[in-house]
Write a protein that binds this ligand. Sequence first.
Ligand SMILES: [Zn+2]
Length: 310
Amino acid sequence: MATGLVYDPAYLKHRTGRHPENAERMRRILEALEGDLALWESLVKISPRPAEDQDITRCHSSQLIDHIQSLCESGESLVDVDTIICPESFGVSKLAAGAAVAAVDAVITGQADNAFALVRPPGHHATPGTAMGFCLFNNAAIGARYAQARYGLERVAIIDWDVHHGNGTQDIFYRDPSVFYFSTHQYPYYPGTGSLEERGEGEGEGFNLNIPLGPGTEARLHREAFIQGLNIIEQKLPPDLIIISAGFDSRRGDPLGGLMLEDSDFSDMTRRVLDLADKHSARVVSVLEGGYNLSALGQTVKTHIEALRS
Ligand SMILES: [Zn+2]
C-alpha cells in the first residue's frame, strides 16, 4: 500500500509552552519516522493548504471561526481553561483542518491508498460552536463533510480510539445518518460525555456508538470491544470512507489516560480497520488526535503507519 503522510512544519508554531499538547510531540513523531529510512522514503509526502471557511463551516459556526481569529489576533493565550493559543494558532488550526482535506483528496484521487495526517492542534473535542479540550477546529469532522461535499461520498465512518470521548465529533453528526461516529474511550472521564445511551437522535439514531471502558481495562477486552464496534458499523453503514480519529493517549503509560493498549494493539486495530475498508472498497484516512507520552509516542505512531502500509 502507498501511504500518504500529510505534514507541515507550521504545526510547530502552535506554541503552548509546557502544556501536554506541545510541539515536542511532533518532533518525537518525526524523529521516529525519519529514523527508519526505508519507511520514511516509502511515504507519499503531501503538503496541506489551510482549510477554506466553507470547509470549516460545514462543521462549525462562522462565529467560532471569528472568535478564534480575534482571540489569536488580540494576543489572548487561552480559549478555555485547558486550551492554549498563541497568535499563530488560528492559521495553524486552519492548516490542521486542511490536512484532513488534503488526506481525503489524496485517497480519493489515488495519489495514495491511505493517508495519515500528522497534525496539531487536535480536533475531536471541538463542537459546532465551541473550541475546547486542546482542540480549535474538528479536523476529522471537516474531512468527513468535505469528502461528502466534494466527492459525493454517502457513507462515512469516524472511528475514534483516543482515550477521551470525542464529544465534538459526536455533536456534529448526532442527527446525521450519513456519518457513523464510533468511539472507545475511558469513562467516566473528560469531557464527561460518551455513555452507551448516547446513540444519536432523529434520523441519526443508531448511527452513534459509544463503548465506554473503565480505567485499567485489559487490552484484550478493549480490542474485543473495538471489533464489536466495527461489526456494528458494517451492519448499519458499510462505509465509503473511514476516518480514524487516532489518539494515542489510550496507550498504556500515557500521563493523561488510564487505558492499557500496547503498540501491537494499535497495529492490530489498524489492520481491522483496513480489513473493513477492503470489504467495502472504502478508503482510509487517519488523523492524529491525542497522545502525550513523549517517550512512547513516536514509536506508537510509527507502528500505526507501518500497519497502514502493510
Ligand atoms: Zn485524548
